[in-house]
Design a protein around this ligand. Structure first.
Ligand code: NAD
Ligand code: MG
Length: 387
């Protein structure tokens, strides 16, 4: 029986992870859960899956939760200490990082040091600290199993292949809700418009990142770390139907692709059972009704987030952290309707421009860079959001 700890159990990836586990409850045991503030759902999850340890972010929520589950024998922790305890919990075999944002860095490192395999959904960790996470995982001989659908697709395409024979990675993108639009259009869009993803149902932050295409940019950097390829060997291809989840072209010109209906349970389940495949209920692709799969080049002039991510990734050091932190802050402010859609790009651009790069930052320097970025934004823009 595989023992699983989850960071971010009440979110989009977290709840779908628990769905997979529910379908295979004789194969898995949930040993620890952690979540932000949705205590009602967390309580239900605790009653159903009976973890020994639970963590929430705020102390007051920990107090409330303890009262809600007073009849159960569950340890309840809070803050970073709680996240670290869940991540490195002695009983677990694998940690699912379904938490959103750079807050995932320290717990992921703690889990690797404790010898846990990582089912990695939290891309922000790899984007900002890939140069630490990947060597550390090698050193501790733990597996990093991608949960992001594109990276899972690439991982599946690489089954049985020699990674030295990769010619390039073709990272597919839906293009988001504003594909084909120009900047004049983007200057008018609302939060509601941006939250309408054409194919995927996901958490709010990543849905906005899909609309700006910063998500694809973060995924380019994520791919660089996961598959050890340089940025010139990662090409983004817009494939609006989200049928092809990504492709790999090899030295001999052969292209392998992974296709399927857009369902995150597939990459989640693949990571949890790797290298086995198990039945997964749900819709199947029907090529006769699908008709066509189309391709486009991404418009990096309009969707500047993608070009900025390539730039930050290529320059490396602390720049991906600046990109990511500025994006986390800007997206939160956009969601609170404090800034306009295109201000997200303006904020990213200003922060990248103003930053003095640190080569090879350690975790402390990454977190200081995050802080610098937030303070820089607050000093330059007249808004504040509750971070
Ligand atoms: P979400 O917002 O739906 O869920 C985030 C989870 O993290 C929630 O359970 C929330 O309570 C928890 N959380 C947030 N802040 C916390 C804190 N301070 N302490 C403890 N818990 C906290 O997000 P999501 O869409 O599930 O995405 C999670 C991660 O997976 C992100 O990094 C995202 O980029 C990545 N991802 C998501 C999808 C998807 O389909 N949703 C696909 C690929 C990658
Ligand atoms: Mg993705």
């Amino acid at each position: 029986m595989k023992k699983i700890a989850i960071l971010g159990s009440t979110g989009s990836i977290g709840t779908q992870t628990l769905e997979v586990i529910r379908n295979y409850n004789e194969e898995f045991q949930v040993t620890a859960l952690s979540a932000g503030s949705n205590l009602t759902l967390l309580e239900q999850q605790i009653r159903e899956f009976r973890p020994a340890l639970v963590a929430v972010w705020k102390e007051e929520n920990a107090v409330t939760l303890k009262r809600m589950i007073a009849d159960l024998q569950v340890e309840v922790l809070f803050g970073m200490e709680g996240l670290l305890a869940v991540a490195a919990q002695a009983e677990s075999d694998i940690l699912v990082t379904a938490i959103v944002g750079m807050i995932g860095i320290k717990p992921t490192i703690a889990a690797i040091k404790a010898g846990k395999d990582i089912a990695l959904a939290n891309k922000e960790t790899l984007v900002t600290a890939g140069h630490i996470i990947i060597p550390l995982a090698k050193q501790h001989q733990v597996q990093i199993l991608p949960v992001d659908s594109e990276h899972s697709a690439i991982f599946q395409c690489l089954n049985g292949e020699d990674r030295k024979e990769i010619d390039k990675i073709l990272l597919t993108a839906s293009g988001g809700p504003f594909r084909g639009r120009d900047r004049a259009y983007l200057s008018q869009v609302t939060v509601k418009d941006a939250l309408k993803h054409p194919n995927w149902s996901m958490g709010r932050k990543i849905t906005i990142d899909s609309a700006t295409m910063v998500n694809k940019g973060l995924e380019v950097i994520e791919a660089k770390w996961l598959f050890d390829v340089d940025f010139d060997s990662i090409e983004v291809v817009v494939q609006p139907q989200s049928v092809i989840h990504s492709m790999v072209q090899f030295a001999d010109g052969a292209v392998m692709a992974q296709l399927g209906t857009p369902d995150m349970k597939l990459p989640i389940q693949y990571a949890l059972f790797y290298p086995r495949r198990k039945p997964l209920p749900g819709k199947r692709l029907d090529f006769t009704t699908l008709g066509s799969i189309t391709f486009e080049r991404p418009d990096m002039q309009v969707f500047q987030g993608l070009s900025m991510a390539y730039q930050a990734g290529r320059e490396g050091g602390s720049l991906p952290t600046v990109l990511n932190a500025a994006n986390e802050y800007a997206v939160a402010a956009f969601l609170e309707e404090k800034i306009a859609f295109l201000d997200i790009y303006r904020i990213l651009e200003e922060c990248i421009h103003a930053h003095t790069k640190i080569e090879n930052p350690d975790v402390g320097e990454i977190l200081e860079t995050e802080q610098w970025t937030y303070e820089y934004i607050e000093s330059r823009w007249r808004f504040e959001h509750s971070r």
